[in-house]
Design a protein around this ligand. Sequence first.
Ligand SMILES: Cc1ncc(COP(=O)(O)O)c(C=O)c1O
Length: 357
Amino acid sequence: MGDLETTLARWLGASCSLTFGRASTGLYALFRSLAAKGPGGEVLIPELCCETIAPTAYYAGLTPVMVDVDPETLGPSVHAVAASISPRTRALLLIYVFGIPFDIRPFLAMGTEHDFLVIEDIAQGVGGEFDGEPLGSRGDAALLSFGPGKILHGGGGALVLRDGGPTASALPAIRAEIDARPQAGSFDRLALSFRNLTHGLAGLSRSDPRIDVSSAFRSLLPHYERVMVRPRTALDADSIISQIHRIEEDRGRRFARYLTYRDRLDGTGWRILDLPDTAMCWRVCLVAPDATTALDASARLLASGLPASNHYFPVGLLVDGTSGAVASDLGHRLLNLWVDESVTDEEIERTTELLVA
Ligand SMILES: Cc1ncc(COP(=O)(O)O)c(C=O)c1O
């Protein structure tokens, strides 16, 4: 574990790194250290994100405040963040959704001015760069996931912290407390239940936006805490380190596949979100003209055995029953396609044929 933590800290030019049972658990630990400053703290989270993220804030004693996204990058909108800052803001999470990089300097300036932590979530963008600097090397902290299907995989997750200081020094004790928690019952079954719950509620809200799904979501959250807050179990540090050594090749291969999709879908009515060649493409992200087209296309692809998904719906619908204008429009029109080694060139060909048929 120590070698992986040292490798990550050195790679991202930070002072320390800690591994956790999963990325969500690292975020929970970080949020707990911020909640210890006193009651009433808030954390700003972009609306298009993994549904495990907002619950970690609740479990840690912070209130998640969902912010609308930028239509070009799917990261948080600078204006929405500026409008959501309050004296209670303790942190801002920047997520590079599907690996799409963006300029974080405006957010760093806001964090300095208003004294909150800026966390770069590089679960989907690790290995990518912006302006010649690795994603995860400029915020106060970076979050990595090594979960199945991620760019770096091998179980667990990690936090990388730029400076030592009160936040970093509180984390080992919080992690030790989490690692000592018993893991009773089946984790996988409960995790699947959480996923089904969130997708079911999002689908219901999509079918009739007047239905309030957020009160059900929030009232059920306490039952799922052990899904998000997990002790460290088998984390294959050696495999993750060797993937880090090969990450440039991985980035090149993924980008070449992104270009294939882009060339084949050019002029077909599908908008493909732009990626510079220094980005790490986690998934290709297409924007359909409307929600029905996106859902029909993914159903057709899945029925033909081709991987696709419609991530991410606006998580604000679950958290507080509202969602920003951009997230609620785009969140229902996204279609994601695979570029990792699990998909063959022939499958990419069949995917694009089906999409333009
Ligand atoms: C951007 C992002 N952040 C955080 C997480 C949570 O990672 P983990 O499953 O390791 O808790 C995910 C998981 O899908 C993710 O996509």
